[in-house]
Design a protein around this ligand. Structure first.
Ligand code: C2E
Ligand code: CA
Ligand code: CA
Length: 533
């Protein structure tokens, strides 16, 4: 279950981690589209502004000529038109025709002919009109701006639709597939590029488009640029973005890996298991090596799954401590121990019950209140309780720890140093802590191979305990040789597979009642009596 959930979590975070890389393209496309559309719109508007300026110039010139010339086609008139053309960069010709199209005169040259390419449309708010025309001998079409002079003459000024105007200055139009200028009534003025290509993909996003109308003029300018072509211009940005996205992905993946590793997955499982009462005590007997009787037990936790699977504390104890579940777990355990052992404790008042605590209990500080709340008024007396502090994890705040130990002592409870010799405690440290019992770790007991061959480390630990005036319990005793060696060196209490593993309650009760059947309640026989001896 642990493994499966962590795999799923890991898989999900691995997928999520690649989201930044995946969205980079989408994000960049959106950005390119937005930015290029804006630039193309600006370019198209620049063209319409230019066109407006040109037409306005034509209208002004036309009006000035008419104002200054009393009669059309007179030398003064021709002179005035020539002056206007010389002053302008965009106006090319003036001409006068009758309303049935017969040319009457012109500013320069002879035999001028302009064929209309479109209908004549009026300019909003003025009397002049615009027509797209083809001037004989010219390659590009031109705009004809005309004024009607009564009774039936048309005076016109001409300006070519100049491709320079379109492609010369607005940068964005340089790569355009299509630029089209038309009258708003639909008549074409000029088309550059291939409108069919663009038309075919009208509804796709493969082109960026822009369109503008030249103010009050009936002129529309449209442009389309292939998206793919402009996107290439962002290759550098693409590389940069992808790199950043990869970094983000990597960071996310790393963080989620850390999270999964640290939590070793789900808080919910252990928490639920505690609430469902799946965390249960086992009882490992502690034997009096002199009498062969039971002096008490150590409570060892087991996770009993509904499936029948039994999980050893090694798999979850570290996680319990890290996740803060150690406290509720220990409380639940103590309540079960109290309920389990109340009758036996009454029958055999000298039996001790040893419970393991976490380093966190000493930081939390509420352990004393909890012990009081759970055992006060029960048939388990405080002086039957021992609490074990492991030396494997150093206590963070010695002042806090000492105060907690002092309060436990005040209740009548005793304190054991678990796994002695494996940590970093020195004599002075032990003395200030007020330890009552030292538990010699299995790694030292393992060194004993025969009852007669001396093991200096074990001897030293025993000597230290004697100097400090504490009791000794030897842990992990597996052979008779070890038991005999320990007994001959003055160790009274031992636990280990030689005698019994951690037992379910019924087995422990049975063993305690059988082995201690003729137990006289003599102080010498019980754990904790050697101090008095
Ligand atoms: P510990 O406190 O040193 O407990 C002794 C461990 O050695 C127990 O393992 C016990 O089953 C095992 N053991 C006892 N006799 C022998 C033996 O002869 N040979 C061998 N090879 N092993 C023996 P267990 O029950 O798996 O517990 C492992 C550790 O988990 C305990 O070490 C203790 O540190 C922790 N633990 C267990 N229950 C609790 C608990 O309720 N609270 C806290 N805070 N820690 C617990
Ligand atoms: Ca222990
Ligand atoms: Ca131990």
């Amino acid at each position: 279950m642990f493994a499966r959930l962590s795999h799923i979590l890991l898989l999900v975070s691995a997928i999520l981690a690649f989201v930044p890389v995946l969205v980079v393209d989408y994000f960049l496309d959106t950005y390119v589209d937005y930015r290029e559309s804006e630039q193309l719109q600006d370019a198209v508007e620049a063209v319409t502004a230019e066109t407006q300026k040109t037409v306005a110039e034509g209208v002004d010139a036309l009006r000035r000529v008419l104002e200054k010339s009393p009669s059309l086609c007179s030398p003064t008139f021709i002179n005035n038109t020539q002056t206007e053309l010389q002053a302008s960069q965009v106006l090319r010709q003036f001409a006068v025709s009758s309303d049935d199209g017969v040319q009457l005169c012109q500013a320069f040259g002879q035999g001028f002919a302009a064929t209309p390419l479109s209908e004549t449309v009026s300019i909003a708010g003025s009397e002049e009109t615009i027509t797209v025309v083809q001037i004989e001998g010219q390659s590009e079409p031109a705009l004809q701006i005309s004024a009607l002079v009564r009774p039936r003459k048309l005076v016109s000024v001409y300006t070519p639709v100049n491709p320079q105007l379109l492609f010369g200055h607005p940068q964005a139009l340089a790569g355009a597939t299509l630029v089209r200028i038309s009258l708003t009534n639909g008549n074409n003025i000029a088309t550059f590029g291939d409108p069919k290509l663009v038309e075919r993909s009208r509804h796709s996003s493969s082109y960026i488009r822009a369109e503008a109308i030249a103010g009050s003029l009936p002129i529309r300018v449209e442009a389309a640029v292939p998206f793919g072509a402009v996107r290439i211009g962002y290759a550098d940005l693409d590389v940069g973005f992808t790199f950043v996205a990869c970094l983000m992905s990597a960071a996310f993946l790393w963080l989620s890996l850390q999270y999964v590793r640290r939590t070793n997955v789900p808080v919910f499982n252990l928490e639920r298991a505690i609430m469902a009462g799946q965390l249960k005590p086992r009882y490992q007997p502690v034997i009096n090596l002199n009498t062969g009787e039971i002096a008490g037990c150590e409570v060892l936790i087991r996770w009993e799954k509904p499936s029948g699977e039994i999980i050893s504390p090694g798999a979850f104890i570290e996680y319990a401590e890290m996740s803060g579940l150690a406290i509720p777990m220990t409380l639940s355990l103590m309540e079960q121990v109290r309920d389990d052992l109340e009758p036996l404790s009454q029958e055999q008042p000298l039996l001790k019950i040893s419970i393991n605590l976490f380093e966190g209990h000493f930081r939390d500080g509420t352990i004393v209140d909890d012990v009081k709340a759970i055992f006060e008024g029960s048939s388990v007396e405080f002086d039957q309780l021992v609490f074990e502090i492991t030396e494997r994890q150093p206590l963070e705040d010695m002042a806090d720890a000492n105060q907690t130990i002092a309060e436990l002592h005040r209740l009548g409870v005793r304190v054991a140093l678990d796994d002695a010799g494996t940590g970093h405690s020195n004599l002075a440290y032990l003395q200030t802590m007020g330890i009552d019992i030292i538990k010699i770790d299995k790694v030292f007991v393992d060194l004993i191979k025969s009852r007669s061959q001396p093991v200096p480390v074990v001897d030293a630990l025993i000597a230290m305990a004697k100097d400090l005036g504490t009791d000794i319990i030897a842990e992990g005793v597996e052979t008779e040789e070890q038991a005999l060696y320990l007994r001959s060196h003055g160790v009274v209490f031992a636990q280990g597979y030689l005698f019994a593993p951690a037992l379910p309650l019924p087995d422990y009760l049975l063993l305690a009642r059988q082995l201690n059947a003729n137990q006289t309640i003599a102080p010498d026989d019980a754990l904790g009596a050697s101090q008095a001896a």
